[in-house]
Write a protein that binds this ligand. Structure first.
Ligand SMILES: Cc1cc2nc3c(=O)[nH]c(=O)nc-3n(C[C@H](O)[C@H](O)[C@H](O)COP(=O)(O)O)c2cc1C
Length: 148
């Protein structure tokens, strides 16, 4: 059984809802998912000991949040090479953040990222059955990689 950290930023709760749905999908596959607000994480040691990492960030001003930028500098201090990863985030119209975070995990941290790429969801669908299913499916597909 794998233990996966879902670290997220969320100002109005939409990306947090996505995090909860992704955690459900991971748990449906029999793995452990731990939800962590990145604002609560003060040093990289607090992020050690996970088999996989999924980071979530909403898009504000066509960018990721300042908190997520600082968090990624903390994550850089861990050796995440080859760890399974994914990224997600809520948005209304442009939605750059999730793929920016995904790219950092893939190209800078050299993680083993899910083939699904980043999960960006428009905020209007997040609290619908369709939105919940998309998040659960992402968590399920990501944790399937632990069977190999
Ligand atoms: C000031 C402001 C700027 C925003 N800028 C963008 C943007 O550039 N692109 C986009 O897709 N959404 C933008 N949004 C919408 C948010 O991404 C959206 O409301 C998202 O669901 C918030 O997620 P959260 O509740 O996890 O913080 C912006 C929202 C606000 C209030």
């Amino acid at each position: 059984m794998a233990k996966i950290m879902i670290g997220y930023a969320s100002r109005t709760g939409k990306t947090e809802k996505m995090a909860e749905g992704i955690a459900e999908g991971i748990r449906m596959n029999g793995h452990t998912a731990e939800l962590r607000k990145i604002s609560d994480i003060k040093n990289e040691e607090e992020m050690e000991g996970y088999d996989g990492y999924v980071f979530g960030c909403p898009t504000y001003h066509r960018d990721m949040t300042p908190g997520m930028k600082n968090f990624l500098f903390l994550a850089e201090r861990l050796n995440l090479v080859g760890k399974i990863g994914g990224a997600f985030g809520a948005y209304t119209h442009s939605g750059e953040s999730a793929s920016m975070v995904f790219d950092t995990m893939e190209f800078v941290f050299k993680m083993d990222m899910t083939d699904l790429k980043a999960l960006s969801l428009k905020e209007a669908i997040i609290e619908t059955d369709e939105g919940l299913k998309a998040c659960q499916d992402y968590g399920k597909a990501l944790s399937e990689k632990f069977k190999n």
